[in-house]
Design a protein around this ligand. Sequence first.
Ligand SMILES: Nc1ncnc2c1ncn2[C@@H]1O[C@H](COP(=O)(O)OP(=O)(O)OP(=O)(O)O)[C@@H](O)[C@H]1O
Ligand SMILES: [Mg+2]
Length: 219
Amino acid sequence: MSRVIEVRDLWKIYPGGTRALRGVNLTVERGEFIGVMGPSGSGKSTLLHILGGLDKPTKGRVMVFKNDIGSMSEDELALFRRSRIAYIFQFYYLLEDFTVIENLTIIGRLLGMNDPEKKATRLLEFLRLSHRLNHRPGQLSGGEQQRVAIGRALMGEPALILADEPTGNVDHEEGERIFELFKKLNEEQGITFLVATHNPDLKKFFTRIINLRDGELVE
Ligand SMILES: Nc1ncnc2c1ncn2[C@@H]1O[C@H](COP(=O)(O)OP(=O)(O)OP(=O)(O)O)[C@@H](O)[C@H]1O
Ligand SMILES: [Mg+2]
């Protein structure tokens, strides 16, 4: 197995003094499908942000694909974020001035993909968005926007997907379908997943669950 993530004594103290992460240790191997669980405010999003290079640790060592997140410059972090990591976050960050299909094909073009329209169309069909291809994100429901964000995350060929309540805004049946797809990608392509969720129904999909309480990992 190869190591995807290695976290040692990670602390995150926000300006103002909130201790969102307090000495977290975590090792993740390639191909794991991990559920990150814990009450609201326990540090799940903070952990995912730091692993994705979107925020910096206050203290501790965070290695992702052999990159030391804490010691990278802003430019290095920007490159790192575009590498082999995909994000599905609570706030979708869709490009508001572009249509649904463009939100996906832009990523494909950035990555030098041959025929991004083909892959984008296929993904959006799976996500039941074929009737929304030429809408803009502002014209979609919350659940539809979330599905676009999932499609966008799957456009590239990520080795690691960090997802924060990825199905929090879709109905139960749709959520199950999306997790079946994640599981398939995990098993067939070895994509490693870290998924923060409150939803106990999703436990069955995870190969391992880590629990956060007040910024600490508990058994
Ligand atoms: N940008 C920020 N500045 C200051 N404090 C923050 C910031 N982001 C989060 N916090 C605080 O850090 C703690 C952990 O927040 P975090 O968002 O990681 O929790 P969470 O487990 O993702 O919660 P939820 O389940 O509600 O999404 C909370 O006390 C929160 O108020
Ligand atoms: Mg959160």
